[in-house]
Design a protein around this ligand. Sequence first.
Ligand SMILES: Cc1ncc(COP(=O)(O)O)c(C=O)c1O
Length: 359
Amino acid sequence: MTHSAPWLNETMRRIETDYNRSADTHLIFHHVPGCADVDLYFKDESTHPSGSLKHRLARSLFLYGVCNGKINEGTTIIESSSGSTAVSEAYFAQFLGLPFIAVVPEKTAPAKLEKIKFYGGTCHLVDPSDIYSDAHRLAQELDGYYMDQFTNAERATDWRSNNNIADSIFEQMSAEQHPVPRWVVTSAGTGGTSATIGRYMRFHSRQYCQTNLCVADPEFSVFYDYFQTGDGALTSNRGSRIEGIGRPRVEPSFIREVIDRMERVPDAASIAAIHFLEKVMGRKCGASTGTNFYATLKIMCEMKTAHEKGSVVTMICDSGARYMDTYYNDEWIAEQGFDLAPYLQQIEQAYRHGMWEDF
Ligand SMILES: Cc1ncc(COP(=O)(O)O)c(C=O)c1O
């Protein structure tokens, strides 16, 4: 082996210890009074050690880099991320004793920048459209390794099994009243999570052929239109306002072929949804969880209208504690021009009475 075996052995041992020490994230049942015959479950990814669903991806990306011989002793790790991935990668880089640089959009929530620095990472703030090119350049200049989550998320994640989110969800559903969900609803940043779930369901198609995958997309993202048209050249001149999801270009890890349905969710609806969730669940979630919940509620109302019984699973991607300056700040909401009232009313109606009223 060309590389220092002692370093490699120790690195692999450490990555394994992180896995061994971490209990799996919870699957939370939540009763929706308006849709009593449809059981709703939240996969709570905010309880990972580094605080979001990106903990799994970060572990997979480090394994991918180390096992491909790209990451070695002292390698500087560089990533282009809207935040959550950088927080989780900074956590692992510190754990493995490697320098870490996050190339992030300049408007990223201050709390997230603090979290990256908390794990010993350095933040390189750039215009959102430069995050890829600057990360590439830094990797060359520093002879480092660009993790490139947008390209490698679908490659690095083992969708057949081995600690992936789909395996965990279906395993945890197995003793429920409706163990095979009718729908799994998620959103997409890299597209890695939806690709993993879609592929896993096909890989186990004999068990899960009645389960459909829905991906919810925020405003200023091209994924929804790409899903409808297949036009991979689509771009948007504005970045998403829902941190972690929605992209201004079609990302390599977004696999439209494994998705059964997409829902476009207005940003004000995503934020209204997490405010509503705080009321009914007693906890704060990040806005991408709101995007997931809004699309899920719509599907549950449709199932109710069709007199369908069953279960639906969606995701809590991260905690709202990271967004006190934005999605939980009334001044910021007003500055953005978001009117949450009509969506709060729509969500309330759906949640209490199972009726979905588009407006
Ligand atoms: C908070 C949050 N939610 C959802 C996602 C979407 O996950 P994926 O990149 O697997 O599509 C991300 C991705 O960065 C995220 O940070």
